[in-house]
Each structure stands twice: as structure tokens, then as C-alpha cells.
Design a protein around this ligand. Structure first.
Ligand SMILES: Nc1ncnc2c1ncn2[C@@H]1O[C@H](COP(=O)(O)OP(=O)(O)OP(=O)(O)O)[C@@H](O)[C@H]1O
Length: 205
């Protein structure tokens, strides 16, 4: 009998881009369109939950000491500090991410990582053999409008996100950093391009 593929045998997808570039918007569509095929790796964060966010669903919310202990134990593939908070992707989350309760080992979902620039660099150093896509806003001005329009961030946070966005955009120009860059100008066009790129690895497109 052929060996059962482990959950991590499907190449993970790494989605990055400045805050407000539309990662959540496109990923929500992806999960809605193909609920059987993809799953998030749930990150750990020291930031406080926003709105209706639940522990273990959007993030694993942990304290700073808990986060530091995980770093010491080598539990993270990548971790970064952003806006005064820490974020990390654990090896365990990626390994287990593909499994769903009540399903056989072979029925795994491809893991999607939604991470920022430093995380992308770290994932490049692992043997996860990931595919990388960068979501680029049409311009920093439009990014600013979207961040304000979203209404979830304080003025200070918006300024910080815009500064970071410029660094992310600069890094995206590095050779080999990403397999695909998608400019999120018109949402429908961006979705179609994203969908097509994501589905390349699937047998049924
Ligand atoms: N193509 C688009 N045209 C207009 N508005 C858009 C487009 N794509 C996304 N938006 C809007 O821009 C805002 C930011 O998008 P979103 O929250 O998906 O960004 P994000 O990259 O997930 O940000 P974060 O990293 O902070 O979670 C949202 O209000 C979203 O509805």
C-alpha cells in the first residue's frame, strides 16, 4: 500500500503583502469557494483580540512570557514584531493545519500562511517548499484610504502600517522573494488572478 501522505506533504501557500493590501478579503473568498481544499495555519500573537475574534480561531492569543517560552523551545517557523505586538507561526500549526477532525489522514487541506515580510524570509529558509504570493496595493495613497475605510485601526497604527508597507513593497522587488505578485486594484481581477495561481497545484482547477 502506498504510504499515507502526511498533512504537510501539500506545498503550503504563503500569502503576504502590506496590511490593508487585501489578504483577508481574498483569503475569505478562497476559503468560501473551496472549503475542502484550504485551511489557515493559525498564528500565535500577543496582541489583544479585536471585536469577535476567538482564541484558537483567528489566532492563538498568548501572553508575552508564553510567546517567549515558545521561541526558546524552537517552536516557531517564523516570528516577528509588528506594531508593538509579536506574531508567530508554529511548526505545530503548519503540521496539524491540514488535518480536520473526523477526516482520514489522507484527506488533508493545503495550509495557507498569511504572514509578513520577515516571516516570508524565514519560511524561505525552511524545507517547507512553499509557494509565495505577494499582494500589492495599487499605491500607498490607496492603501491609506483602504486602511482608513476599514475603520479598525487607530491613527497611530495606520501611520505604522504605512511605513511598514513601504518596506514590504521594497522587499517584494527582491529576486526570488515571491513566485507571483498580484496588484490588488480591481478586486474581481485580483481575485481571478489569485484563484488561478492558487489552483495551479490542484488536480481539479
Ligand atoms: N480591490 C479592492 N478595492 C477596494 N477596497 C478593497 C480592495 N481589496 C480590499 N479592499 C478593502 O481594503 C481593506 C483592507 O483589506 P483587508 O482587511 O483584506 O487587508 P489585509 O491585507 O488582510 O490587512 P491586515 O494584514 O491588516 O489584516 C478592507 O476594508 C477591504 O474591504
Amino acid at each position: 500500500m502506498a504510504p499515507t501522505p502526511s498533512p504537510s506533504s501539500k506545498r503550503p501557500l504563503v500569502v503576504s503583502g502590506p496590511s490593508g493590501s487585501g489578504k483577508s478579503t481574498l483569503l475569505s473568498r478562497l476559503f468560501e469557494a473551496y472549503p475542502q481544499d484550504y485551511t489557515f495555519s493559525i498564528s500565535h500573537t500577543t496582541r489583544a483580540p479585536r471585536g469577535a475574534e476567538q482564541n484558537g480561531k483567528e489566532y492563538h492569543f498568548v501572553t508575552k512570557p508564553e510567546f517567549e517560552k515558545m521561541i526558546e523551545e524552537g517552536g516557531f517557523i517564523e516570528h516577528a514584531q509588528f506594531g508593538g505586538n509579536r506574531y508567530g507561526t508554529s511548526f505545530q500549526a503548519v503540521r496539524e493545519g491540514g488535518k480536520k477532525e473526523g477526516e482520514g489522514e489522507g484527506e488533508t487541506r493545503r495550509v495557507v500562511l498569511d504572514i509578513e515580510m520577515e516571516g516570508v524570509k524565514q519560511v524561505h529558509k525552511t524545507d517547507l517548499n512553499a509557494r509565495f504570493v505577494f499582494l500589492q496595493p495599487p499605491s500607498v495613497e490607496i492603501l491609506e484610504q483602504r486602511l482608513r475605510g476599514r475603520g479598525t485601526d487607530k491613527e497611530e497604527a495606520i501611520v505604522g502600517r504605512l511605513k511598514q508597507a513601504e518596506k514590504e513593497i521594497e522587499y517584494s522587488k527582491t529576486e526570488g522573494a515571491h513566485d507571483r505578485i498580484i496588484v490588488n486594484d480591481d478586486l474581481e481581477k485580483a481575485w481571478e488572478e489569485f484563484r488561478e495561481w492558487v489552483r495551479q497545484d490542484e488536480q481539479v482547477k
